[in-house]
Ligand binder design. Structure first.
Ligand code: SAM
Ligand code: SF4
Ligand code: SF4
Length: 355
């Protein structure tokens, strides 16, 4: 008799202390990156996670399997730059065998997509999000301290040629840097059949140069976009996705992720596993739960699952809301993590824990 795939509904998600389900898992597959975006990796030198601590594809797949049996059904590969992890397509193929994963996605800076897009598609990746902050090569270079803008645009084309649909372009909107490009980016998105999502600049991890003055708020974005297109209306969707979506008067849809001015912690079902197996329950979380150590010690799958379950059930994180509360007291900018501290614990960096 053929064995039936497990019924996803047979694994009701575990809920945290605020009844938020464990649903979405971001896997940071490497802490390394081929860019140095100044809102993420502003330093010249970085200490990398030791190689022998990096989880193998087998370990990532095994851990992800346990997470899916506790409710996770969306998995996103991120980093660092995930396409720097050698043979990433093999990991995708391994994860794809898990029928409980309803959506397998990737966030990338796009540089290596021209070579890798066909293999990613063939391995079974569902969707790609490319980070694209500017259409101007000179600005790209100033922001990332590297060349390669053309490659990113080529990468976007390559996803289309490889047959990916539902492409998203994520733009961190920064006042005084790319606030004059919102319309150009939306128009570019239309040309390449991609939905553009603007992310408010966040005071996370390595964003040591962050200040409230550089945050282009959702309200300011809507005002600028609405003025140009002659109207913008919110779409009413039932979703725990971080982006609020809007329809412009010409029918185009865009998303805005207002993590800084209008946090959505109340519905947050996301957690992150670093490349070396630390599990973070919040983007702003100071400490992760070490899953690598018990996994390598040979702890049984049942015990591992219990560790994950208890971890999630105790979760009370509302990092972005707490920052917002401090902002009202005028204390937000004092919360930025100092370089000294980032050097002591690289896991505090966004590029280590995955955006
Ligand atoms: N390297 C890949 C990339 O850039 O797409 C994946 C990892 S990156 C950490 C994931 C996302 O986090 C990117 O879209 C990036 O723009 C975003 N990000 C990093 N630092 C940020 C910050 N300070 N504020 C808002 N978004 C940030
Ligand atoms: Fe930029 Fe992504 Fe690299 Fe951070 S991890 S420096 S956002 S490309
Ligand atoms: Fe979720 Fe933490 Fe982000 Fe809030 S700050 S949405 S709890 S990851």
């Amino acid at each position: 008799m053929m064995s039936q795939p497990p019924d996803p509904t047979s694994y009701p998600p575990v809920a945290d202390a605020y009844a938020r389900p464990l649903k979405s898992l971001r896997l940071s597959v490497t802490d390394r990156c081929n860019l140095r975006c100044n809102y993420c990796m502003p330093e010249e030198e970085y200490g990398w996670l030791p190689r022998d601590t990096i989880l193998s594809f087998e370990e990532i797949t095994a851990l992800t399997g346990l997470f899916t049996e506790l409710g996770v059904d969306k998995v996103r590969l991120t980093g660092g730059e995930p396409l720097l992890r050698r043979d990433l397509h093999s990991l995708i193929r391994m994860l794809r065998r898990n029928p409980l994963i309803q959506e397998l996605a990737l966030t990338t800076n796009g540089l290596l997509l021209p070579e890798q897009a066909p293999a990613l598609k063939e391995a079974g990746l569902d969707r790609i999000t490319v980070s694209l902050d500017t259409l101007r090569p000179d600005r790209f270079k100033a922001l990332t301290r590297r060349d390669g803008h053309e490659k990113v645009l080529e990468g976007i084309e390559a996803t289309r040629s490889a047959g990916f649909t539902g492409l998203k372009l994520d733009t961190v909107a920064i006042r005084g840097f790319n606030d004059d490009e919102l319309i150009d980016l939306i128009e570019y998105g239309k040309r390449v059949s991609a939905e553009v999502r603007f992310i408010e600049y966040m005071d996370v991890g390595g964003a040591t140069g962050w200040s409230m003055a550089k945050v282009l708020s959702r309200d300011a974005m809507l005002e600028a976009v609405g003025r140009w297109y002659g109207g913008v209306e919110p779409l009413h969707e039932q979703s725990s996705a971080p982006a609020q979506r809007y329809r412009l008067a010409d029918g185009t849809t865009i998303g805005i992720i207002a993590s800084t001015t209008a946090p959505f912690c109340a519905t947050c079902d996301r957690s992150r596993l670093t490349a070396d197996g630390l599990w973070y329950l919040c983007l702003y979380g100071k400490e992760g739960i070490d899953l690598r150590e018990p996994l390598r010690r040979g702890v049984s799958p049942l015990e591992m699952k219990s560790l994950i379950k208890i971890g999630w059930q105790r979760r009370r994180d509302r990092g972005a809301e707490e920052r917002k509360a401090l902002e009202r007291l005028g204390l937000r900018e004092e919360q930025l993590i100092e370089i000294r501290q980032l050097r002591l614990d690289p896991h505090l960096e966004m590029h280590a824990r995955g955006g």
